[in-house]
Design a protein around this ligand. Structure first.
Ligand code: ATP
Length: 201
Protein backbone atom coordinates (compact mmCIF):
# COMPACT_ATOMS: atom_id res chain seq x y z
CA UNK A 1 0.00 0.00 0.00
CA UNK A 2 2.82 2.36 0.90
CA UNK A 3 4.40 1.59 -2.44
CA UNK A 4 1.18 2.42 -4.16
CA UNK A 5 0.93 5.76 -2.35
CA UNK A 6 4.55 6.59 -3.13
CA UNK A 7 4.00 5.74 -6.74
CA UNK A 8 0.95 7.99 -6.84
CA UNK A 9 2.91 10.78 -5.12
CA UNK A 10 5.62 10.47 -7.72
CA UNK A 11 3.11 10.64 -10.55
CA UNK A 12 1.57 13.69 -8.92
CA UNK A 13 4.92 15.43 -8.61
CA UNK A 14 5.91 14.46 -12.13
CA UNK A 15 3.03 16.42 -13.66
CA UNK A 16 4.61 19.55 -15.06
CA UNK A 17 2.97 22.92 -14.81
CA UNK A 18 3.20 25.69 -17.35
CA UNK A 19 2.64 29.39 -17.75
CA UNK A 20 1.97 30.85 -21.19
CA UNK A 21 2.49 34.60 -21.41
CA UNK A 22 1.07 36.42 -24.42
CA UNK A 23 -2.07 35.03 -26.02
CA UNK A 24 -1.81 36.00 -29.67
CA UNK A 25 -2.33 33.24 -32.24
CA UNK A 26 0.81 31.41 -31.17
CA UNK A 27 0.50 31.67 -27.38
CA UNK A 28 -3.21 30.91 -27.33
CA UNK A 29 -2.69 27.75 -29.37
CA UNK A 30 0.08 26.62 -27.02
CA UNK A 31 -2.12 27.29 -23.97
CA UNK A 32 -5.21 25.62 -25.45
CA UNK A 33 -3.26 22.54 -26.53
CA UNK A 34 -1.72 22.20 -23.07
CA UNK A 35 -5.12 22.59 -21.40
CA UNK A 36 -6.80 20.14 -23.77
CA UNK A 37 -4.15 17.54 -23.05
CA UNK A 38 -4.76 17.90 -19.30
CA UNK A 39 -1.64 19.83 -18.38
CA UNK A 40 -1.70 22.42 -15.62
CA UNK A 41 -1.43 25.69 -17.50
CA UNK A 42 -1.90 29.31 -16.53
CA UNK A 43 -2.53 31.62 -19.50
CA UNK A 44 -1.61 35.29 -19.07
CA UNK A 45 -2.11 38.36 -21.21
CA UNK A 46 -2.17 42.08 -20.50
CA UNK A 47 -5.14 42.44 -22.82
CA UNK A 48 -8.63 41.62 -21.57
CA UNK A 49 -9.92 40.46 -24.98
CA UNK A 50 -6.98 38.13 -25.53
CA UNK A 51 -7.69 36.47 -22.18
CA UNK A 52 -11.40 36.30 -22.91
CA UNK A 53 -10.82 34.55 -26.22
CA UNK A 54 -9.07 31.57 -24.57
CA UNK A 55 -11.09 31.51 -21.35
CA UNK A 56 -13.57 28.90 -22.58
CA UNK A 57 -10.80 26.44 -23.36
CA UNK A 58 -8.19 27.26 -20.72
CA UNK A 59 -9.56 26.95 -17.16
CA UNK A 60 -6.90 29.16 -15.54
CA UNK A 61 -6.28 32.47 -17.25
CA UNK A 62 -5.61 35.97 -15.97
CA UNK A 63 -5.21 39.52 -17.19
CA UNK A 64 -1.77 40.60 -16.01
CA UNK A 65 1.36 42.46 -17.03
CA UNK A 66 4.23 39.96 -17.09
CA UNK A 67 6.82 42.74 -17.08
CA UNK A 68 5.89 43.38 -13.45
CA UNK A 69 7.87 41.08 -11.15
CA UNK A 70 5.45 41.47 -8.22
CA UNK A 71 2.55 40.43 -10.41
CA UNK A 72 4.37 37.33 -11.67
CA UNK A 73 5.39 36.45 -8.12
CA UNK A 74 1.79 36.74 -6.96
CA UNK A 75 0.68 34.48 -9.79
CA UNK A 76 3.00 31.78 -8.43
CA UNK A 77 5.37 31.87 -11.41
CA UNK A 78 8.17 30.91 -9.02
CA UNK A 79 6.89 27.35 -8.81
CA UNK A 80 6.31 26.91 -12.52
CA UNK A 81 8.29 24.19 -14.35
CA UNK A 82 8.13 25.66 -17.81
CA UNK A 83 7.26 29.13 -19.08
CA UNK A 84 6.39 30.05 -22.66
CA UNK A 85 6.88 33.71 -23.55
CA UNK A 86 4.84 34.52 -26.65
CA UNK A 87 4.71 38.28 -26.50
CA UNK A 88 5.63 38.50 -30.17
CA UNK A 89 6.91 41.77 -31.54
CA UNK A 90 7.03 43.63 -28.23
CA UNK A 91 10.79 43.26 -27.67
CA UNK A 92 10.98 45.28 -24.47
CA UNK A 93 8.14 43.34 -22.84
CA UNK A 94 9.70 40.02 -23.92
CA UNK A 95 13.06 40.99 -22.40
CA UNK A 96 11.59 42.19 -19.10
CA UNK A 97 9.42 39.07 -18.83
CA UNK A 98 12.36 36.72 -19.44
CA UNK A 99 14.43 38.56 -16.83
CA UNK A 100 11.55 38.29 -14.33
CA UNK A 101 11.12 34.57 -14.95
CA UNK A 102 14.86 34.12 -14.51
CA UNK A 103 14.73 36.02 -11.21
CA UNK A 104 11.97 33.66 -10.10
CA UNK A 105 14.20 30.70 -10.95
CA UNK A 106 11.97 29.22 -13.64
CA UNK A 107 14.15 26.48 -15.10
CA UNK A 108 12.70 26.23 -18.60
CA UNK A 109 11.86 29.36 -20.54
CA UNK A 110 10.79 28.94 -24.16
CA UNK A 111 10.52 32.20 -26.05
CA UNK A 112 8.83 32.95 -29.33
CA UNK A 113 10.99 35.28 -31.42
CA UNK A 114 10.03 37.18 -34.53
CA UNK A 115 13.47 37.45 -35.99
CA UNK A 116 16.72 35.52 -36.03
CA UNK A 117 18.59 38.46 -34.54
CA UNK A 118 16.66 38.24 -31.28
CA UNK A 119 17.53 34.58 -30.69
CA UNK A 120 20.97 35.25 -29.23
CA UNK A 121 19.75 38.15 -27.13
CA UNK A 122 16.95 36.09 -25.56
CA UNK A 123 19.37 33.24 -24.85
CA UNK A 124 21.89 35.57 -23.26
CA UNK A 125 19.34 36.87 -20.77
CA UNK A 126 18.05 33.44 -19.78
CA UNK A 127 15.81 31.84 -22.42
CA UNK A 128 16.48 28.09 -22.55
CA UNK A 129 14.93 27.75 -26.00
CA UNK A 130 14.05 30.31 -28.64
CA UNK A 131 11.80 29.44 -31.53
CA UNK A 132 10.69 31.22 -34.65
CA UNK A 133 7.42 29.46 -35.49
CA UNK A 134 7.43 30.39 -39.18
CA UNK A 135 10.92 28.94 -39.52
CA UNK A 136 9.95 25.68 -37.78
CA UNK A 137 6.78 25.34 -39.82
CA UNK A 138 8.67 25.94 -43.07
CA UNK A 139 11.35 23.33 -42.29
CA UNK A 140 8.66 20.89 -41.23
CA UNK A 141 6.64 21.42 -44.40
CA UNK A 142 9.69 21.14 -46.67
CA UNK A 143 10.73 17.84 -45.09
CA UNK A 144 7.20 16.50 -45.15
CA UNK A 145 6.52 17.20 -48.81
CA UNK A 146 9.95 15.95 -49.84
CA UNK A 147 9.00 12.45 -48.87
CA UNK A 148 5.60 10.83 -49.24
CA UNK A 149 6.33 8.38 -46.47
CA UNK A 150 7.10 10.89 -43.67
CA UNK A 151 4.01 11.54 -41.58
CA UNK A 152 5.57 13.47 -38.73
CA UNK A 153 8.97 14.17 -37.25
CA UNK A 154 10.65 15.76 -34.27
CA UNK A 155 14.22 17.03 -34.25
CA UNK A 156 15.81 15.90 -30.98
CA UNK A 157 19.20 17.50 -31.55
CA UNK A 158 21.58 18.05 -34.44
CA UNK A 159 22.30 14.32 -34.79
CA UNK A 160 18.98 12.73 -33.85
CA UNK A 161 15.48 12.94 -35.23
CA UNK A 162 12.35 11.03 -34.32
CA UNK A 163 10.33 10.21 -37.43
CA UNK A 164 6.93 8.66 -38.00
CA UNK A 165 6.88 7.00 -41.42
CA UNK A 166 4.68 4.80 -43.53
CA UNK A 167 6.34 1.52 -44.35
CA UNK A 168 5.60 -0.69 -47.33
CA UNK A 169 4.96 -4.43 -47.63
CA UNK A 170 8.68 -5.09 -47.71
CA UNK A 171 8.72 -4.24 -44.01
CA UNK A 172 5.29 -5.27 -42.78
CA UNK A 173 5.60 -8.82 -44.02
CA UNK A 174 8.76 -9.51 -41.97
CA UNK A 175 9.66 -9.61 -38.29
CA UNK A 176 11.78 -6.90 -36.66
CA UNK A 177 14.52 -9.38 -35.87
CA UNK A 178 14.56 -10.44 -39.48
CA UNK A 179 14.69 -6.86 -40.76
CA UNK A 180 17.72 -6.08 -38.57
CA UNK A 181 16.87 -2.39 -38.82
CA UNK A 182 19.31 -1.09 -36.21
CA UNK A 183 22.29 -2.59 -38.00
CA UNK A 184 21.04 -2.06 -41.53
CA UNK A 185 19.89 1.55 -41.22
CA UNK A 186 21.29 2.85 -37.91
CA UNK A 187 17.71 3.39 -36.77
CA UNK A 188 15.99 2.41 -33.52
CA UNK A 189 12.30 1.59 -33.65
CA UNK A 190 10.46 3.00 -30.64
CA UNK A 191 6.89 2.28 -31.68
CA UNK A 192 4.72 0.61 -34.27
CA UNK A 193 1.22 1.63 -35.33
CA UNK A 194 -0.85 -1.16 -36.82
CA UNK A 195 -4.62 -0.96 -37.41
CA UNK A 196 -4.62 2.42 -35.60
CA UNK A 197 -3.15 0.81 -32.51
CA UNK A 198 0.20 1.88 -31.03
CA UNK A 199 2.52 -0.80 -29.72
CA UNK A 200 5.98 -0.78 -28.26
CA UNK A 201 8.11 -3.36 -30.03
P1 ATP B 1 0.63 36.02 -33.98
O1 ATP B 1 -0.71 36.28 -33.33
O2 ATP B 1 0.73 36.63 -35.35
O3 ATP B 1 1.06 34.59 -33.93
P2 ATP B 1 2.14 36.68 -31.68
O4 ATP B 1 1.31 35.68 -30.95
O5 ATP B 1 3.59 36.49 -31.63
O6 ATP B 1 1.67 36.83 -33.16
P3 ATP B 1 0.76 39.02 -30.89
O7 ATP B 1 -0.45 38.64 -31.70
O8 ATP B 1 1.27 40.40 -30.97
O9 ATP B 1 1.99 38.12 -31.16
O10 ATP B 1 0.43 38.64 -29.40
C1 ATP B 1 1.23 38.97 -28.34
C2 ATP B 1 0.37 39.02 -27.12
O11 ATP B 1 1.21 39.39 -26.02
C3 ATP B 1 -0.76 40.05 -27.21
O12 ATP B 1 -1.99 39.44 -26.95
C4 ATP B 1 -0.36 41.08 -26.14
O13 ATP B 1 -1.49 41.64 -25.50
C5 ATP B 1 0.47 40.23 -25.18
N1 ATP B 1 1.36 41.06 -24.35
C6 ATP B 1 2.09 42.11 -24.74
N2 ATP B 1 2.75 42.64 -23.69
C7 ATP B 1 2.43 41.88 -22.61
C8 ATP B 1 2.78 41.91 -21.22
N3 ATP B 1 3.60 42.83 -20.75
N4 ATP B 1 2.25 40.95 -20.40
C9 ATP B 1 1.41 40.02 -20.89
N5 ATP B 1 1.04 39.93 -22.19
C10 ATP B 1 1.53 40.85 -23.04
Amino acid sequence: RINKICRRERVYRMKKNFIVIGLGRFGSNVAITLAETNSDVLAVDIDKDAVKSVSKKVPHCVIADATNLDVLTELGAGSIDHAVVAIGNNLEASILTIVNLKKLNVKKITVRADEEGHKELFKMIGATEVIIPEENAAVFLANQIKSDSIIDYYIIDKDYVMVKINVGKKFTSRTLADLNIRNEFDVNIVGIVRDDEFRIP
